[in-house]
Design a binder for this molecule. Structure first.
Ligand SMILES: Cc1ncc(COP(=O)(O)O)c(C=O)c1O
Length: 401
């Protein structure tokens, strides 16, 4: 498996990083919050393994690559700073999140505290559990800049708060919620803390101990640059030890007698037996690739490119930038006067520029509160160039009059 050189890491050797990314030859890819371009080591890991399955058989290929596959847990553990027994791999972030959330028990009167920018899938699950159990869902107020206000959260705490579940960086903009400050409040009050790090993974450093979360979930395909159909969950070992997954199978809870099963001692109790091994190896390669570049380097470069893009958009009169908060992540959402967002996306697409559209239904509370229309979402990554940002801004300026 090829790795980028130490020199490339130090200086963020753009030529090398782009040579490693075949998609950069074809597209100006500013859709990394949707799915990033995979680097060659990721593609090679997936394709190589799939070929091997074809050559010698699926079970046989898994046995042959067992230590590589096991290494995925080690890579993810390094990536978020936890033990390998605290990682479960999943098909996406939603499944990881659901497996954790639906394993918690709630009683009538319990309270779930969440963020205004909570991802829709999470919020819909809150609504279902509220319907089933009588739990209440409460949105933590934001400060004047739109970021979740830790002081307001602290004032909401009482002994009925069962869960704090928030999205760190939302799907519809560059806002970064104060995840570690939330963690300190959760820890101080002994409240479970579930953090959706889907848009953070691969974009900024993650340290679950510094964050103080009990559970963290993320996807592979976004800023982490892994294949589609990958995700993972971190769960603190002390919680793993006492939680029974809502659903179990013979992998997560082996059968030990006629009327008995025993839960695995690690977070893999949330997994099932059958897995797509090829994309797991791709996930491992993507994590190793990001670690090799260094998450601080990635964050810095993302910051640079996204500031340039955001400032450029702010300078175009017919454009409204909808991001809230400060500091801001590498997701910029905007609308163009007299254009609906899907037409803007199609126009850019015709010019070889990839962006996506965030509909209001992806962040229902925020979109409803701010009366947001569908917004165009541009999300540069470290491998993008300044010239690509300029080309994007030129294209927008040419339609925004
Ligand atoms: C903040 C956030 N959370 C969760 C998800 C869901 O991730 P997945 O599609 O991998 O299930 C997304 C996807 O866009 C997201 O942006």
């Amino acid at each position: 498996m090829s790795q980028i050189s130490r020199d490339a890491r130090k200086t963020l050797d753009l030529l090398r990083l782009r040579a490693d990314t075949p998609g950069t030859k074809n597209r100006n890819h500013l859709n990394n919050a949707g799915a990033a371009l995979m680097p060659s080591p990721v593609i090679e890991a997936v394709v190589g393994y799939l070929s091997r399955e074809g050559e010698i058989g699926g079970y046989e290929a898994a046995a042959e690559s067992n230590s590589l596959l096991e290494g995925t847990y080690d890579s993810l553990a390094t990536f978020v700073n936890c033990g390998r027994d605290e990682i479960a791999i999943s098909e996406n972030a939603t499944i990881a999140w659901q497996r954790a959330f639906y394993s918690l028990s709630f009683r009538p009167g319990d309270r779930i505290l969440t963020a205004s920018v909570e991802f829709a899938a999470n919020y819909i699950a809150f609504l279902q559990v509220a319907k089933r159990t009588g739990v209440s869902i409460e949105v933590i107020p934001n400060d004047a800049s739109g970021v979740l206000d830790p002081d307001a959260l602290a004032k909401m705490i009482d002994d009925r708060v069962r869960l704090i579940a928030v999205t760190w960086i939302p799907t519809n903009g560059g806002l970064i919620n104060p995840a570690a400050a939330i963690g300190r409040i959760a820890r101080k009050n002994g409240i479970l803390y579930l953090l959706d790090a889907c848009q953070a993974a691969g974009q900024i450093p993650i340290d679950v101990n510094a964050l103080g979360c009990d559970i963290l979930t993320a996807t592979g395909r976004k800023f982490l640059r892994a294949p589609r159909g990958t995700g993972f969950m971190y769960m603190r070992k002390s919680l793993v030890d006492k939680i029974e997954p809502a659903m179990i199978d013979l992998y997560g809870a082996p059968w030990t007698g006629p009327d008995r099963y025993e839960l695995r001692p690690d977070a893999r109790r949330f997994e099932t037996w059958e897995k797509n091994c090829s994309v797991r190896l791709g996930l491992r390669a993507a994590v190793d690739y990001a670690l090799d570049i260094g998450l601080e380097n990635i964050e810095e470069r993302c910051n640079h490119l996204s500031s340039k893009l955001r400032e450029g958009l702010r300078g175009i009169r017919a454009v409204s930038v909808h991001d809230l908060g400060r500091p801001l992540a590498s997701i910029i959402s905007f609308t163009v006067n007299d254009w609906d967002s899907s037409s803007v996306m199609a126009y850019l697409n015709g010019k070889g520029i990839n962006v996506s559209v965030s509909p209001p239904s992806s962040t229902p509370v925020d979109a409803y509160t701010r009366q947001l229309p569908p917004v165009v979402r541009a999300s540069p990554h470290y491998y993008n160039t300044e010239e690509e940002i300029d080309a994007f801004l030129e294209a927008i300026a040419s339609i925004a009059s």
